[in-house]
Design a protein around this ligand. Sequence first.
Ligand SMILES: Cc1ncc(COP(=O)(O)O)c(C=O)c1O
Length: 512
Amino acid sequence: MCPASSLPEQRPEKKDFILMAVSQPLLSLDWDPVAAEALLREVFGIVVDEVIWKGTSATEKVCEWKEPEELKQLLDLELQSQGESQEQILERCRAVIRYSVKTCHPRFFNQLFSGLDPHALAGRIVTESLNTSQYTYEIAPVFVLMEEEVLKKLRALVGWSSGDGVFCPGGSIANMYAMNLARYQRYPDCKQRGLQALPPLALFTTEECHYSIKKGAAFLGLGTDSVRVVKADERGKMIPEDLERQICLAKAEGAVPFLVSATSGTTVLGAFDPLEAVADVCQRHGLWLHVDAAWGGSALLSQTHRHLLDGIHRADSVAWNPHKLLAAGLQCSALLLRDTTNLLKHCHGSQASYLFQQDKFYDVALDTGDKVVQCGRRVDCLKLWLMWKAQGGQGLERRVDQAFALARYLVEEMKKREGFELVMEPEFVNVCFWFLPPSLRGEQKSLDYSERLAKVAPVLKERMVKEGSMMIGYQPHGTRGNFFRMIVANPALTQADMRFLLDELERLGQDL
Ligand SMILES: Cc1ncc(COP(=O)(O)O)c(C=O)c1O
């Protein structure tokens, strides 16, 4: 940070601002750049100390658990009519950080995102500071051009030399857009006439898909019954023969199949659907193929692992979240399209004349805001662009390869210890396993074994969160009782962190 003495001499004094405020009533009395700078330097200092240093240090806690009532008291949440001093505000910032979960911590394994990339964070800070909306070239010239360049790069990794796309507020919305586009392409009338323009529709996905597919079907008025569940094999991959069977069944029942949503990197098991075979089925039946690669899309950066998504170039749309495995920061979620007919704009556009004037002095095709159902839209491209500039594609590829390698290391370490049982050999960076506490070892044949095993993960989760030593997710899944889902995503992880996870579970569960 530059010292205050190096600031330009012509900087207005606080008293000048008070005078300006009096003589120019439209100037906000709140706006004092000197005080703003002092505040922001302090806040940034706190962020550097408390988030960037302590938040990423293995010797600090990953979370500071408080019961909700106590937390409410500690945070003093109620908003008052009187403003507070800068010191109080800084103390509030410290408290917010203290009681928040440190998702950048090397023991945060709970979600599909984790870690802190400094360049991506720099991009997020610049984005927040500029506070613009992505809808027109007029107010976001840099970001309109940048978004297109980033999307082009992501499309190229999918295997497309042309196409369209947009950054969305999350993978769930990207999935929903894909459904809406597939429906609109087949029944353009529904934009005006709504659901009455439609026959009963059917879309296909497996039980392993993300829950946003069913939510999207409900939100779009298709109804969750329109989602036909295709069988997955024991590894969680769609069975293409069953897809074909379900499509024929839906047709026989009078429904009109219109979309298949395959998943590349399922949320729990990390499974990749066989895209070539699924694309063959879609081609035979003339169906839109959407690939939800929100989680697994980043494997496309790796020469070694991109084969998991073989066939993705045959999709009509792809959802891909660089905020997950690439650690770009929330949110960074792209919807990519093979379409070159401006389908996004036709489907969602509304030509608001106050925003998208057609007689502007520049190419109005650069006003991309009508591609989406939002009006204001966050800038989500800069964090990824800046990180990519700093890392290069090669750096990002290394990041992906390292995550795969560490997941493999963890699996091998687990196999050396008696208290761990894999749900299955992972093919991605989701490592699903049961921890068997001492009392359950060798008890596999007892009648209540599964029931007792299912109770282990919730107890250990409570203990780790209350101690603040680590965070890892668990869930029941199909007929399987609760098991842990370890996610290896934080680029700062090492083999020592993998061993810590195992040691810590053994420590927390030694008395069970
Ligand atoms: C496979 C898959 N698709 C979509 C999503 C939803 O992404 P978002 O949380 O950005 O809405 C997730 C989230 O974990 C996911 O795992």
